[in-house]
Write a protein that binds this ligand. Structure first.
Ligand code: FAD
Length: 365
């Protein structure tokens, strides 16, 4: 993927800091990567995608994450949208929507609501059938990339179960409001989305029928967790590179910082955090590529280990750089803010711990 990485490097260049401070990635950057099929590179070639294996898609995601977590967050949303279409869409929806998502249309996915965060069984958004149309009413919060999106994949209650419905962001009754000043991933386009009696063709419901809500959530979130996990490996790689270079080059008390054993320990722990996160992600990717039944739990483990390691690794990197990294847009300062958010989303640390413990107990009984 050398050419694809080079394209990302040329587009991001030294801009990640500027985008972070401005709270916006230029639309042409997202369109260029989207048109190249690189925002959801796992989509099969038959649908216009790159058809990357999970392992290659993961390494590519880590590369983007090492350069700009906001851009990687947009990729995660696009990839999750594409995966949801791939798994729940009928043939015609897959043909149409995947072609759009690999040719420059941007998408965001909405589960969370004001009263439904960790507990998504509490979602209230309603998708109501009326003849050959459906009407969507609800309120979604913190939808990553919604400020950029042409299509909003909205999860709601439908037909006695649940469904994901594809809502054009331009539809009547849709209101998108940017989240002001998020702690991190500031250019990821997070938004609140209000849907007020949005009327759409019935064919907007993926698969056309009600699904089980837990199945819908587990499937879509599995991709989100996979992508966030690999993105966190990228954060760790950027932190390690920055901390190692600084510790090698700055001298205090007559020796390079790396010559002070307490600083060297920070570097050693950063190496360990990056390697363990990468190994957990590589295992999760193998499970995806082999369609292993361990896929869901391996992905939860990868997400948990990588987010936790990235948050503590970024804190170590800030410690090693000290005042040299204590500036808002600096790579380690951004990592420190961005990584913390990764411990909250796609299943917070606590929710991942509960899932891992549940799995352990089920295995023991
Ligand atoms: P709460 O659920 O209120 O939890 C608060 C705290 O209590 C957390 O520490 C949590 O771990 C803990 N907690 C809650 N329940 C339990 C429990 N049963 N056991 C133990 N601890 C518990 N949503 C989308 O739908 N689409 C997106 O694209 C999206 N992107 C996001 C991007 C960012 C940067 C952020 C911050 C959020 C995003 N979200 C998105 C929302 C995100 O999924 C929720 O923030 C997350 O699920 C946590 O919900 P909450 O914030 O309401 O916290």
């Amino acid at each position: 993927l050398a050419a694809e990485r080079a394209l990302v490097d040329s587009l991001v260049a030294e801009n990640a800091e500027t985008w972070d401070l401005a709270g916006r990635i230029p639309a042409e950057v997202l369109r260029e990567l989207g048109t190249a099929g690189l925002l959801c590179a796992q989509v099969p070639t038959a649908h216009g995608g790159r058809g990357l294996t999970s392992a290659d898609n993961g390494e590519f995601t880590a590369h983007v994450g090492s350069r700009c977590s906001s851009l990687r967050s947009v990729m995660t949303s696009q990839g999750m949208a594409a995966w949801t279409v791939q798994r729940f869409g009928d043939r015609s929806q897959r043909d149409t929507l995947l072609a759009q998502l690999t040719s420059g249309h941007l998408a965001a996915v909405g589960f969370s609501e004001p009263e439904a965060g960790s507990d998504l069984s509490a979602i209230r958004t309603e998708i109501r059938a009326e003849g050959d149309t459906v009407v969507v009413t609800g309120h979604k919060v913190w939808m990553t990339a919604a400020c950029y999106a042409d299509l909003l994949i909205v999860v709601g209650r439908f037909d006695g179960g649940a469904a994901a419905v594809v809502v054009p962001s331009s539809a009547d009754g849709v209101r998108v409001r940017k989240v002001a000043d998020p702690l991190g991933c500031r250019a990821a386009g997070h938004a609140e989305v209000e849907l007020d009696e949005v009327r759409l063709p019935a064919s907007s419901v993926l698969g056309g029928v009600g699904q089980s809500l837990p199945l819908l959530l587990t499937t879509a979130l599995a991709y989100g967790r996979f992508s966030v996990a690999w993105g966190c490996v990228g954060i760790l790689r950027a932190c390690l590179a920055s901390a190692a270079a600084h510790a090698a080059n700055r001298t205090q008390s007559g020796v390079p910082l790396a010559g002070h054993q307490l600083v060297a320990r920070h570097l050693a722990e950063l190496v360990a955090d990056e390697r363990t996160a990468a190994l957990a992600c590589e295992r999760a990717s193998r499970c995806w590529d082999e369609a292993s039944p361990d896929l869901v739990i391996a992905t939860v483990l990868a997400k948990h280990v990588s987010a936790r390691n990235a948050a503590r690794g970024a804190a170590r990197a800030v410690q090693v750089l000290a005042s040299a990294g204590a500036r808002d847009g600096h790579v380690v300062a951004r990592a420190y803010r961005d990584a913390k958010l990764m411990e909250l989303i796609e299943g917070s640390n606590e929710i991942c711990q509960l899932l891992l413990a549940e799995h352990a107990v089920a295995g023991a009984s």
